[in-house]
Design a protein around this ligand. Structure first.
Ligand code: A5A
Ligand code: ZN
Length: 449
């Protein structure tokens, strides 16, 4: 991103970054399109709609940008730049939902949203214009169905992050940290290289809280009017922050092939006259391109070493070299960006050789990232221990689940409780460090972005 744009918290996508964004968002679109519909709602929300849901307003009022004028005229009704789109979408859902037969509705949009963030802004992670806000909004007949949808949303997000080779932890946020207006919030977090966690997705059960304020009702099978139940879930370009921070190394970017702007660079290793080698290189490049791969043939005059350096920095997953010896053996040399391994492969089988490595790279990146995450989950027996070790990763400690105890734990440690994670990570045995009650729940605590 170009960070020189003259408004705080707003950044420019360079074409290269935008390419990564496009490929990353193609994955989330692919996953959602299986049973959601994509739509597009307006950016401006009238104050009268925005102010309907009390909790929601409380949560967002300090973050809203207001449009107050049209030219020189003051507007009768101020317009909010959406910080998120509940209050833009739900007045329409009121009109769209009539009967149980209209349900469920599952719609998403990918838009920019604006939040006047007061915490330190930074590219991709905390923006005032979130440029790549993917938000889904669903409507259901019952609370239970909506709860199922929240589960489905976290499943979809985990699948999305798995495609990006990013390991995640799903947990239910403590009550004091849930989305304004929600019954509860499920969050997807990952651990960044600097040992702070990044919330890279959330799914909220809205109950019928918004249905009541926006009057979203359906006629049930008995002809009675019932309030609908809703969910919403979102991800942002934080997904790309995680992608580049978690896989990158000291040489620069490392991408899973699926989202790499360039997947293969072909480099001729020339010693003097080498028409033959150049020809072999351009044949290989063409062959791969025909298969739909994103390939660059670097036949520039730079030295091979300078070329390696340049394409490594850009995160190109595979480098194919052809030198005199390769040519003689009807082979190529393939170098992997993720592991630096160098192997010879038969030229005749080049497509399969490349495809096989693409899959290996994604797996290897995931395994590496996952073990790096696991190594930084620290089991703690006391709050002193949490405080001492939290700068090394995620601290795991028993918690009875009571609000008072949780708040006291956060206060004592100077870091947040992410929640009680799903699965084994959230299960254990011990005593709450505040009230000393026995509990089977393990909470995770971390410094967060
Ligand atoms: N309507 C729901 C989906 C919503 O707004 N949820 S949310 O507030 O939790 O935002 C969804 C996700 O967007 C968050 O989990 C976080 O990953 C990301 N996000 C929130 N604020 C952001 C900001 N200022 N910059 C970048 N990403 C942000
Ligand atoms: Zn307790």
């Amino acid at each position: 991103m170009d960070v020189r744009y003259p408004v705080k918290g707003l950044y420019v996508w360079f074409p290269f970054g935008f390419d990564v964004r496009k490929r990353t968002y193609a994955i989330i679109r692919e996953l959602l399109d299986k049973d959601h519909k994509e739509a597009l709602f307006p950016l401006l929300i009238p104050e009268t709609e925005f102010m309907k849901e009390a909790e929601h307003i409380k949560g967002f009022e300090n973050e809203v940008y207001w449009v107050t004028h049209g030219g020189k005229n003051e507007l009768d009704v101020k317009l909010a730049l959406r910080p998120t789109s509940e209050t833009a979408i739900y007045p329409m859902y009121k009109v769209w939902v009539r009967s149980h037969a209209d349900l469920p509705i599952k719609i998403y949009q990918i838009v920019n949203t604006f939040r006047y963030e007061t915490k330190h802004t930074r590219p991709l992670i905390r923006l005032r214009e979130i440029t790549s806000f993917k938000e889904a909004h669903t409507v259901h007949a019952t609370w239970e169905e909506a709860a199922k949808q929240v589960e489905e949303a976290t499943r979809i997000y985990q699948e999305f992050y798995r495609r990006l080779a990013i390991p995640t932890i799903v947990s239910k946020r403590p009550d004091w940290d849930k989305f304004p207006g929600a019954d509860y919030t499920m969050a997807v977090d990952t651990l960044m290289p600097d040992n702070k966690t990044l919330q890279i997705g959330t799914a909220h059960h809205l109950g019928s809280n918004f249905a009541k304020t926006f009057d979203i009702k359906y006629e049930d099978l008995n002809g009675e009017q019932q309030y609908a139940h809703q969910t919403c879930y979102g991800i942002s370009e934080r997904s790309i922050a995680a992608l580049i921070s978690i896989h990158g190394d000291d040489k620069g970017l490392v991408f899973p092939p699926e989202v790499a702007p360039i997947q293969v660079v072909v480099i001729p290793i020339l010693f003097g006259k080498s028409e033959e080698i150049l020809k072999a290189c351009s044949d290989v490049a063409d062959k791969l391109k025909d298969k739909g791969m994103r390939v660059v043939l670097d036949d520039s005059d730079e030295r091979p070493g300078a070329k390696y350096y340049k394409w490594e920095m850009k995160g190109v997953p595979l480098r194919v070299e052809i030198g005199p010896r390769d040519l003689k053996n009807n082979a190529v040399t393939i170098v992997r960006r993720d592991s630096a391994s160098k192997e010879t492969a038969p030229l005749d089988n080049i497509i399969e050789e490349i495809q096989k490595r693409f899959e290996d790279i994604r797996e290897n990146l995931f395994v590496k990232a996952k073990s790096s995450l696991n190594e930084r989950i620290i089991n703690c027996g006391s709050l002193e221990e949490v405080k001492e070790k939290i700068s090394n990763g995620i601290a795991r400690i028993p918690w009875c689940g009571e609000r008072e105890c949780g708040l006291a734990m956060e206060e004592a440690v100077g870091a947040g409780i992410l929640g009680v994670p799903e699965g084994e990570l959230g299960e254990g045995a011990g005593n709450c460090p505040v009230c000393n009650k026995e509990t089977g729940n393990m909470a995770i605590m971390a410094k967060t972005y």
